[in-house]
Design a protein around this ligand. Structure first.
Ligand code: ATP
Length: 308
């Protein structure tokens, strides 16, 4: 069996809202696969469906050939996962958490090795209520790796990690992948996954728009998609835009300054100006006048790209 995970024609609604539409992709055994898309694209919902945490109206999910659903979890026995915020007990230490969730065959030295790999030695015996966001995230990651899973699912694992911790996690993932562990890792930042993932699954508004390899994406892409989210008091909205490579850094810096930012490179023949106009309109409505100006500039520049 070459595929650890096979998802076919997955459909999911929350109430009347369609969240996933005909989602199909595979994860090859031993590969690190990146699931990339904007906030709200459906990454977490896919991962929850794989883990039997939410139901789905149509489609199939199999792990090592065995189907998974809300009521069928047998295939998950060798799967480790971190989904959304790790469930942490504030009055237990990090070490208590590891002991609590460790299976019988996990020795103390295995746990110590994991703690060291994630550089958690200094605070592992402190109560989790004093942990920072990044420390909690690392504990969640340690729990996902704890029982030596064959398949690890990590939802935005770099969230809250500083550059050193991100580097350490990348090392750990690479080491485990070299030993044969399969990974599905989500992120809204393609740059984070480029360094890790061999395969990429790109999702946009509940639909898989591309399953490709990092090499292919990097060698053939001529334009970039920039995914972003702005938040102004009560209003929050998302956009997708395309930009030329030479303009990417400047656009990225603007987005970082506003709020979260992410980008990924994707070959495309068309530049969608309607989306830019919508963006400017939304910015105006949200009274984001401060940011209207740079986006207006970007709109002009993108127009230039489309003409070239
Ligand atoms: P993020 O990067 O922000 O975590 P995501 O790609 O993981 O985003 P999901 O969390 O899967 O996206 O959400 C996909 C869509 O499903 C969003 O529109 C979200 O509002 C909606 N959604 C998620 N969970 C629920 C729920 N329990 N009830 C209703 N809608 C939901």
């Amino acid at each position: 069996m070459n595929n650890t995970l096979e998802i076919k024609h997955l459909e999911k609604n929350f109430g009347k809202k369609k969240i996933l539409t005909d989602v199909s992709f595979t994860v090859t055994k031993g590969h690190i696969v990146g699931l990339v898309g904007a906030n709200g694209a459906g990454k977490t919902t896919i991962m929850k469906a794989i883990l039997g945490l939410v139901g789905f109206s149509n489609g199939t999910i199999t792990i090592n050939g065995e189907s998974v659903s809300l009521n069928k979890h047998q295939a998950l026995s060798k799967v480790g996962a971190l989904i959304e915020n790790p469930g942490i007990y504030p009055y237990l230490t990090g070490w208590d958490h590891l002991r609590l969730f460790a299976e019988k065959n996990i020795t103390k030295s295995m746990m110590t090795e994991l703690v060291s790999a994630l550089k958690m030695d200094k605070y592992i015996h402190q109560k989790a209520k004093g942990y920072s966001l990044g420390m909690k995230q690392k504990l969640g990651i340690a729990l996902a790796f704890l029982n030596n899973p064959d398949f690890v699912i990590l939802d935005e694992p770099m969230n809250g990690l500083d550059p050193q911790a991100t580097f350490d996690l990348r090392q750990l993932i690479t080491t485990k992948a070299n030993e044969g562990t399969t990974f599905l890792i989500s992120s809204h930042i393609l740059g984070e996954l480029e360094k890790l993932a061999k395969d990429l699954v790109i999702i946009d508004r509940g639909q898989i728009i591309k399953q490709t390899t990092t090499d292919e994406l990097l060698s053939t892409g001529e334009k970039y998609f920039v995914f972003g989210q702005l938040q102004a008091e009560s209003s929050k909205w998302q956009f997708r835009a395309e930009t030329a490579q030479e303009d990417l850094e400047r656009v990225k810096q603007q987005l970082v300054a506003v709020n979260q930012q992410y980008e990924h490179r994707l070959q495309s023949d068309q530049v969608d100006l309607a989306q830019h106009q919508e963006l400017v309109q939304q910015a105006r409505q949200a009274k984001l006048t401060k940011w209207l100006h740079p986006f207006k500039n970007r709109q002009k520049e993108t127009k230039h790209v489309s003409q070239s």
